[in-house]
Structure formats: C-alpha cells, structure tokens
Design a protein around this ligand. Structure first.
Ligand code: 13P
Length: 252
C-alpha cells in the first residue's frame, strides 16, 4: 500500500492494441475482480472508447482517450476533440505521452494546450513527462522533467494528474528501480510545491509508468511519492492488470 494518504490510481494504456471483442472480455474480467484498492481508468484506442465506456458505465472504473486536439472541431483529419471524447463516455485523457511527443512531434506547448482543452470539456488530463535514455546518461533528467512540467503548467490546467514515464523504461522490460522512480517523483512533487503550494502538491497523485508488471508493482508502490501506475503492455491482460491494481492495497 502506498504509505501516503493519496488513494492510488492505476491507468491501463492500451495504445494501438485490442479489438472490440477483446475489450468486452477485458471489462468483464476487470469488473468481476470485485472491490479494488485503487481508482482505475482504461485508455483504449478511439475505436474502442464507446465499447469500453458502455461496458464500464455502471462501475467506478473510468475511461479515457489517448489524445485530444486543442480545438473543439474542424479540419483535422485523424484527430479527436474533447467533446467527442466526452460524447463517447470519457472522463480522462492522456496528454503528452512520449509516443505522441516522439511519433507526432508534439511540443511542450501543444501539450499544455491539449490539457487546457481537456479541462474545458470536464476531462481530467493525465499529463505524461519523462526523460530519454541519453538525457539520463547525460545527467539531464531533472532538467528535462522541469522543462516539461513547467511548460505544461505555466498558464496551463488547474486540474490534472501527473505520470512520470522514463522513456528508456517504456516497453523495454527495464523498469526504473523503486529508488530511481522515487527520486524523480520526489523531484516532481517538489516542483509542484513551488508552482502550486505545499498543500496542492501533497494532494497530487503522481503515477509511474514504464514496464510495470505484477512482479515489480508492490516494490514500486511502497515508495512514498508513487501514487499508482500507468501500465502499457501488462494492461492488455486483465489478470495481470488486476494483480497490479491489487498490489496497491494494504493486504498485498
Ligand atoms: P509499458 O508498461 O508497456 O512499458 O508502457 C508504459 C506506458 O507507456 C504507459 O503509458
């Protein structure tokens, strides 16, 4: 169990995986898992949003988009707006995932605009930050995190949740050690305290993402500034995802 007072949050980022039948089965297994010791939200591809939102509609489990366009509507082929996400049943959206930053060249400022747009529609932005392997090697981890966080929050959203996802740990099987993750989370919380004040920073949930699995989750969540997970690969298997969620409980 996370030793702090913040209720853990676990997100499942399905990325570009699964079809509607898989999504239905996944939600059935997840809901059969009973009372969970964490808030849970699933981030499926756009084509699966309605299916997942409908399947989870009578539950506490949330549904979120993987991306959002800053504008309400318009000629933006392939994009999705906040109102469309809400219409599909979403209450969350990822902003600034490293795969969007890298694959689509998303800038820090665009991510701030996306997070602001999310709030306009009542969606909670889950803002992702994290350094590359070469930035870590060069001793520039904190500088990178500070740049990303300040850019997202200066004249940015008042409401948000934060995820620390070191890029070198995503999909590589090379998880950050609990100590490395804690160091980054404590740094981010310190920055939040500077920007938002101690009380707001203390209340803010900071999730860790990067090769989280049922084997490493309990050690990670034992760290004081880790408040849950953003899970990629292991979130595609409902049993593994449930095991990760349960590792956030006191009896794990
Ligand atoms: P993996 O858990 O597959 O490393 O992915 C992490 C991630 O990118 C979650 O957003």
């Amino acid at each position: 169990m996370s030793p702090n007072q913040r209720r853990p949050l676990v997100g499942g980022n399905w990325k570009m995986h699964l079809l509607r039948d898989d999504a239905q089965r996944f939600c059935g297994t997840l809901l059969a898992g009973g009372v969970l010791p964490a808030d849970v939200v699933i981030f499926p591809s756009c084509t699966l949003l309605q299916t997942v939102a409908d399947a989870l509609s009578d539950s506490e489990v949330g549904c979120g988009g993987q991306d959002i366009h800053p504008e309400e509507r318009g000629a933006h082929t392939g994009d999705v707006s906040g109102s469309q996400l809400v219409d599909a049943g979403c209450s969350w959206v990822l902003c600034g995932h490293s795969e969007r930053r890298q694959d689509h060249g998303e800038s820090d400022d665009l991510i701030r605009q996306k997070a602001l747009s999310a709030l306009r529609y009542g969606l909670t932005p889950l803002i992702c930050v994290g350094e590359t392997h070469s930035e870590r090697q060069a001793g520039r981890t904190f500088e990178t995190l500070e740049r990303q966080l300040r850019a997202a929050l200066t004249e940015g959203p008042a409401t948000f949740t934060l995820a620390y996802e070191p890029i070198w740990a995503i999909g590589t099987g090379e998880t950050a050690t609990p100590e490395i993750a804690q160091e980054a989370h404590a740094f981010l919380r310190g920055l939040l305290a500077e920007m938002l004040g101690d009380i707001a920073a203390d209340a803010k949930r900071i999730l860790y993402g990067g090769s989280v699995n049922p084997q490493n989750a309990a050690d990670l969540i034992s760290k004081p500034d880790l408040d849950g997970f953003l899970v990629g690969g292991a979130s595609l298997d409902p049993e593994k995802f449930l095991a990760i969620i349960r590792s956030c409980g006191s009896d794990s």
